[in-house]
Design a protein around this ligand. Structure first.
Ligand SMILES: [Zn+2]
Length: 327
């Protein structure tokens, strides 16, 4: 996770701090934070605007498109912050470019009459004494961040109780659903198109999420193992059915026979050899699931609250102010 990020590194050189894949700092009295969600960067600038009023954002967007045609993509007014999305070419002189962007954006905001946020982002009252990363970097009262109920509703904050057990149940159901197209294909065309195997981990993942499975690396293992199990089961069924037909066996002996043929050292080797493309599509499905399963840092109330208190600092930069630490 601590992989170095050239944009954040440049921001640190410009006086910003970093935490949990966000960079935050001040520029011309504006509290500014950066998020990265490849390939884009999002710059959030704390303001107090009517979120329904799009005129300033539209004017800024036009100015910025003109000045940074290949870098700045958009500007959105979210009420307590304005978000500027941007993308950089590799080998950009990041530090210079970011300094240009920050200076230009803050100057243009001033020109549009969009002032730096002047009230506490938590309680909305005047005279904030501190700054803190409450989702975005914002002026706050230290006391508001230190009391528990602090954190304002952040974008994707509805974090239900999540656990692995319900997730596993969901994932099993997902695997079974994901196998249906393969079973149909077996029934209708007497063969299974290997591309269908991509669906097994994906449906498993959907089930996992649907049943509030806890996200993270173990979730990926669960989805991968259950999908593999599902595909082996499918293979077993397919072979059993073919024995049943070809050798005129009844179901139970056919199953026993399949078990003997498939699950020995030779059978497993043959099965793997014959399923290379299937395994490839499975892996592709698992990879896609992995993309969806990555936990997004900084989301969720607990994470925001923790980041908020970790990044809390006095607005005047005077840490030794005894009044401040008492607040
Ligand atoms: Zn407050």
């Amino acid at each position: 996770m601590a992989k170095s990020n050239p944009v954040f590194d440049a921001l640190v050189r410009l006086g910003f701090h970093t935490v949990r894949q966000q960079a935050y700092g001040q520029w011309d009295d504006y509290a500014v934070s950066f998020r990265h969600s490849a390939p884009y960067y999002y710059m959030d600038v704390a303001v107090r605007e009517n979120r329904k009023d799009k005129t300033a954002a539209r004017a800024l967007r036009a100015k910025l498109k003109e000045r940074f045609p290949k870098t700045i993509l958009g500007c959105v007014n979210s009420g307590d912050h304005m978000t500027f999305s941007m993308t950089f070419h590799k080998n950009t002189a990041y530090e210079d470019r970011l300094r240009e962007i920050l200076s230009f954006v803050t100057a243009e905001m001033q020109a549009q009459g969009v002032a730096p946020a002047g009230t506490c982002a938590v309680c909305g009252r005047e005279h904030p004494d501190s700054l803190s990363l409450v989702g975005t970097y914002q002026p706050v009262h230290a006391a508001c961040v230190r009391t528990e109920k602090t954190v304002p509703p952040a974008p994707p904050a509805q974090e239900q109780k999540k656990n692995y057990l319900t997730g596993i149940i969901g994932a099993v159901i997902g695997v079974l659903i994901g196998l249906i197209p393969s079973l149909l294909s077996l029934q209708l065309f007497d063969r299974i198109y290997s591309v269908l195997y991509i669906l097994v981990p994906l449906f498993s993942l959907l089930g996992y999420r649907r049943f509030h499975g806890k996200l993270g690396a173990p979730a990926l293992m669960i989805v991968a193992v259950l999908s593999l199990g599902g595909v082996v089961l499918l293979e077993f069924l397919a072979v059993t059915l073919s024995f049943k037909q070809e050798l005129g066996m009844t179901l139970l002996p056919a199953m026993k026979y399949t078990l003997n043929v498939l699950f020995n050292s030779v059978g497993v080797g043959v099965m793997i050899q014959e399923s290379i493309t299937e395994l490839f599509f499975m892996a592709a499905g698992i990879f896609l699931s992995w993309l969806f399963l990555l936990p997004h840092p900084g989301h969720g109330k607990a994470a925001i609250r923790e980041t908020a208190s970790r990044t809390l600092q006095p607005m005047n930069g005077n840490w030794d102010d005894p009044d401040w630490s008492e607040k």
